[in-house]
Design a binder for this molecule. Structure first.
Ligand code: NAP
Length: 198
C-alpha cells in the first residue's frame, strides 16, 4: 500500500502552455519545503482574465499531464476544470481538502499573481486552507502582498507562457522551453499558431 501523502503542493496557473519554468518552480518548492507531491492544477478560467482567450481547458490539462509524466513527484489535478466556471482558489482548496482529508496543502503560484491576493475571493479564509508560496522570476520587481506567504526564487522562471505562445506564432523554436511531449502536442494540435496574443 502507498504511504499516505501529507504535504502536498498545489501549483495553480493558467498553464497556457505549461513550460519548464513551471516545472523548475514545482521542483524547487518541493525540495525547499519538503513536499511529498506537487499537483499541477490548471485553472478553468482565471478571475482576472475573463475575456482573455486561453487555449481550451482540455488542451491545457493534457499538456500538464504530459509534463507531469516526466517526474514521479508531480501529478495533475483536474479539480478546477471539472468544476468549470471561474476558478477561485478558495474552491480549489476546499475541493482538494475534501478529496484528501488530513493533507497539509501549499498553494504555489507566480509571486506576481500573489501580489493581488487581497482581492481574491474569500481572501480572509485562504490562509486557513493552505500556506501560500510565491515563486519569483529573475529581474521581476514585486508588488508585495500583505497576506502571509513564503517566497521561493526560481531562476528558470525567466521563461513565460506568453513568450512561448509568441514564439510558436513566429515559428521560432520552443524546444527546451517546454518538455518535448508538450512541444509535440502543440505542433500536432496547431495550438498558438494564429490569432491575436497579449
Ligand atoms: P497569471 O496572472 O497568469 O500569472 C501571473 C504570473 O505568474 C505570470 O507571469 C505567470 O507566468 C506566473 N505564474 C502563474 N502560475 C505560475 C506557476 N504555477 N508557477 C510559476 N509562475 C506562474 O495568473 P494565473 O496563472 O492565471 O493564476 C495563478 C493561480 O492563481 C491560478 O490557480 C488562479 O486560479 C489563481 N487565482 C485565483 C484568484 C481568486 O481566487 N480570486 C485570482 C487570481 C488568480 P506564466 O504566464 O508563464 O505562467
Amino acid at each position: 500500500m502507498d504511504a499516505p501523502i501529507s504535504r502536498v503542493g498545489v501549483l495553480g496557473g493558467t498553464f497556457d502552455p505549461v513550460h519548464t519554468g513551471h516545472l523548475a518552480a514545482a521542483s524547487e518548492v518541493c525540495a525547499e519545503l519538503g513536499l511529498d507531491q506537487v499537483l499541477l492544477t490548471p485553472a478553468n478560467s482565471q478571475p482576472f482574465k475573463i475575456g482573455f482567450d486561453a487555449a481550451p481547458p482540455e488542451h491545457r490539462l493534457e499538456m500538464c499531464r504530459l509534463a507531469a509524466d516526466e517526474d514521479d513527484r508531480f501529478a495533475v489535478s483536474a479539480v478546477d476544470i471539472e468544476r468549470g466556471g471561474v476558478t477561485y482558489t478558495v474552491d480549489t482548496l476546499t475541493d482538494l481538502r475534501e478529496q484528501r482529508p488530513g493533507t497539509e496543502f501549499f498553494f504555489i503560484t507566480g509571486a506576481d499573481a500573489l501580489a493581488r491576493l487581497d482581492e481574491w475571493k474569500d481572501a480572509e479564509r485562504l490562509g486557513k486552507l493552505a500556506t501560500f508560496v510565491g515563486v519569483t522570476r529573475a529581474g521581476h520587481s514585486l508588488v508585495p502582498s500583505n497576506r502571509p506567504h513564503i517566497l521561493v526564487e526560481v531562476p528558470a522562471l525567466a521563461i513565460s507562457s506568453t513568450d512561448v505562445r509568441r514564439r510558436v506564432r513566429a515559428r521560432r523554436p520552443i524546444r527546451y522551453l517546454v518538455p518535448r511531449p508538450v512541444a509535440d502536442y502543440i505542433a500536432l494540435n496547431g495550438l498558438y499558431y494564429g490569432g491575436i496574443d497579449d
